[in-house]
Design a protein around this ligand. Structure first.
Ligand code: FAD
Length: 678
């Protein structure tokens, strides 16, 4: 009989970097979903503090949309530097760098947000505040806690953890020797060996132990993930490293280079490449190719040779004839370019999952690491939460691997191509086969911009996404066919008919945003603002021209079925809970706002009545002109017929899951019956 204390929780998150914090925040937002007992979530990290400088800084459009659905995009938007234009600098005929091109940083019209840059530590701060606010203090990061063993049982996963001493929980850092007292990020870089960071833990004495019995464990513990290693060799990252070594410095520059406040991709004739990322607080991040450092026979570069002086010397050479110097350096590091991915993101038991750097690593220049990592756990957390609350069918967990591994694979391929084009020497002319064509580089940059925005993610068919095509895979495992359970079979022809009802809302992609007006108060909203990440599915009813009698009748028939006591909405909603507590119906109609009345023209289920708070005035919207913010032209932009409308089912993470006519109620019901424990 052991006297180690034991605790039961629904979810244990290991690691409080961007992926772990996104998971914790997503769970905190599920508090409004009814359940017999509140969701219990713990999040542990072996470090004594969050990070304060360095590491990731780029926030892509999709991440900002997600932050907005959690309620803190405004903080990031205000504090960050906004990336508006990219300048390409290449050598001219005499070998001197010159500006050769300008392109917009974010493709115009893609999202209501554009790419911004802000230090990772600030983003972690926003998450911590958001988690505190939405969980009412119930979820907080427990620091200086190290997991030491993990066993997957029938019911629960048993994780033993140990409290670390302050000394153990603070990583050793090399002295910088730089002009300023900059933080050195080398200790977390991929240039150090696997066990370097844990060296001081192995010898240390902290003894206090606890056993945490969790229904689900999510490993968000970074590139050297303990969780991944504990799950076994079949989870090991696979991929390759290159010989390209790059340095990173966050400095306040003193320079005559004209584009220092623009994002720049600079290829010098012979001294390597450099990327300029203008940052908040006068900082500029430089990514600098280090031609002087190459990996040894073991494949790893000697990191003792890498100093801020060496990195900065390389930058000065690349930027010649322009001059650059600095007095203040905030952070610096170096890394070796490589792309690696785990064959599996989830244990076959569907009780342990891996997210973020724990399952995919690549070079940071495309600014993807933090974004894709957060989007992994954003995809996973609502699924785990709704299952732990007994609301959804466990089969939806299979979609985590089939959806996110494909995204990671695309990222690895993109990074492979992009980083090689960036690190290559520019071709002198068309005959120079070893050099990189700058036209090809620009083309890759332009195509990469769509990918890098996070908005090209397109999930395959599954129990959550009704479309034709390849359902994705579960990795190289014997139970590969599991994710086919619950996949709605639909032919290419059937799918084309459904998709044609809303061409601007591709099934499997995130619900795009256009402005609509609240029917009750005329206030303009970006429609996506109404799709909060609170764990609820949504049915978006494009009601069409509600003033047309035939159309009004179609809407009424649809709503009667929705409200019926044996319909899926009632059956999916726990007894005693409000009708919109797990599936919310939002309406956009296309008649004139001033000629329609909320209570007269729209059935009750579209604006449910509560005896304490009255009618719900925030669910019916109109595609009409606003007084002050123009016309969103939502029906046209979503590609929906203004007379007849259509119905769209949206997942809690804003991805489109199903499209149909108002008469396709049975198919809609089938979709939800495959997801909910009705
Ligand atoms: P991490 O941020 O690594 O978080 C993992 C967390 O788990 C950490 O808090 C860690 O303390 C904790 N942890 C680790 N092991 C354990 C354990 N055994 N038990 C408990 N807790 C544990 N991305 C960019 O986009 N641009 C950049 O310029 C950039 N530069 C980078 C420079 C460096 C040196 C590094 C390391 C990364 C850089 N990245 C960059 C990548 C980016 O920081 C990551 O992609 C992102 O942080 C991934 O988030 P994550 O939560 O998956 O992992």
């Amino acid at each position: 009989q052991s006297d180690i204390p034991e605790t039961n929780v629904d979810v244990l998150i290991i690691g409080a970097g961007p992926a772990g914090l996104m998971a914790a925040a997503s769970f905190a937002h599920l508090t409004a979903i009814p359940s017999a007992s509140p969701l219990s979530v713990r999040i542990i990290d072996k470090r004594s503090t969050k990070i304060f400088s360095g590491q990731a800084d780029g926030l892509q459009c999709r991440s900002l949309e997600i932050f907005d659905s959690l309620g803190f995009a405004d903080r990031a938007w205000k504090e960050a530097n906004h990336m508006i234009e990219i300048c390409m600098w290449n050598p001219d005929a005499t070998g001197i760098i010159q500006r050769s091109d300008r392109i917009p940083d974010t493709i115009v019209g893609l999202s209501r947000f554009q790419q911004i840059v802000l230090q990772q530590g600030r983003i972690e701060r926003f998450f911590l505040d958001n988690i505190q606010k939405y969980s009412g203090g119930a979820i907080k990061v427990e620091r200086a806690i190290l997991p030491t063993s993990l066993q997957i049982g029938e019911e629960r996963v048993k994780v033993t953890v140990r409290k670390l001493t302050e000394e153990e929980a603070t990583p050793p850092q090399a002295t910088t020797g730089s002009k300023s007292d900059a933080t050195d990020g080398l200790f977390r870089s991929n240039l150090v060996g696997d066990d370097y960071e844990d060296k001081n833990i192995t010898d240390a004495k902290g003894e206090e132990e606890e056993v945490i019995n969790a229904k689900f464990v999510i490993g968000c513990d970074g590139a050297r993930s303990w969780t991944r290693r504990t799950l076994g060799p079949e989870f090991e990252l696979q991929g390759e490293a290159t010989d390209f070594i790059w340095g990173v410095m966050d400095i306040i520059p003193l320079t005559d280079f004209p584009d220092i406040r623009m994002r720049c991709a600079i290829h010098s004739a012979n001294d390597g490449s450099l990327m300029v990322i203008p940052r908040e607080n006068r900082l500029v991040r430089l990514y600098i190719q280090l031609k002087e450092v190459t990996p040894d026979a073991s494949g790893r570069a000697d990191r003792s040779k890498i100093t801020p002086e060496l990195i900065f010397g390389a930058a000065q050479k690349i930027l010649r004839p322009y001059k650059i110097d600095y007095e203040y350096c905030d952070w610096w590091t170096a890394y070796q370019i490589g792309q690696r991915i785990s064959p599996s993101f989830s244990h076959p038991s569907n009780k342990v999952f891996l997210a973020g750097d724990a399952v995919h690593t690549h070079s940071p220049k495309a600014g993807q690491g933090m974004n894709v990592s957060m989007q992994d756990s954003f995809n996973l957390a609502w699924k785990v939460g709704l299952i732990a609350k007994g609301i959804c069918h466990p089969r939806i967990l299979d979609t985590y691997q089939s959806e996110r591994r494909r995204v990671a694979q695309d990222l690895i391929e993109f990074d492979h191509k992009f980083s090689r084009l960036f690190s290559g020497r520019p071709a002198k002319d068309v005959m120079d086969a070893e050099g990189v064509s700058m036209a090809e580089f620009k083309d890759a940059f332009l195509k990469g911009n769509l990918f890098a925005s996070g908005l090209s993610v397109d999930y395959g068919p599954s129990s959550l996404v009704v479309k034709s095509g390849d359902p994705g895979e579960l990795g190289d495992r014997s139970d590969r066919s599991r994710n086919l359970e619950g996949v709605r079979r639909i032919t290419v022809e059937e799918f084309e008919v459904k998709q044609s009802l809303a061409k601007g809302l591709p099934v499997g992609m995130r619900f795009n945003s256009f402005k609509v007006l609240n029917q009750a108060c005329a206030r303009p909203w970006h429609f996506q603002e109404r799709l909060k990440a609170d764990g609820r599915f949504r049915i978006v009813l494009f009601a069409g021209d509600i003033l047309d009698q035939a159309q009004k009748q179609r809407v009424e028939v649809f709503c009667d079925k929705l409200s019926s006591s044996n319909g899926f909405m009632r059956r999916a909603t726990p007894e005693g809970a409000k009708i919109d507590s797990v599936i919310e119906v939002l309406t956009i109609h296309s008649a004139r706002r001033t000629e329609t009345e909320l209570l007269r023209d729209f059935p009750d289920i579209l604006h449910p009545f509560d005896p304490h708070t009255g009618w719900d005035y925030n669910k019916v919207f109109v595609d009409d002109e606003s007084y002050h913010e123009g016309f969103g032209d939502a029906y046209k932009n979503y590609g929906v017929d203004k007379e007849k409308g259509c119905v769209v089912a949206v997942r809690p993470d804003q991805y489109v899951g199903w499209i149909g006519e108002l008469e396709d109620f049975e198919q809609l019901q089938e979709y939800f019956e495959g997801i909910f424990l009705v």
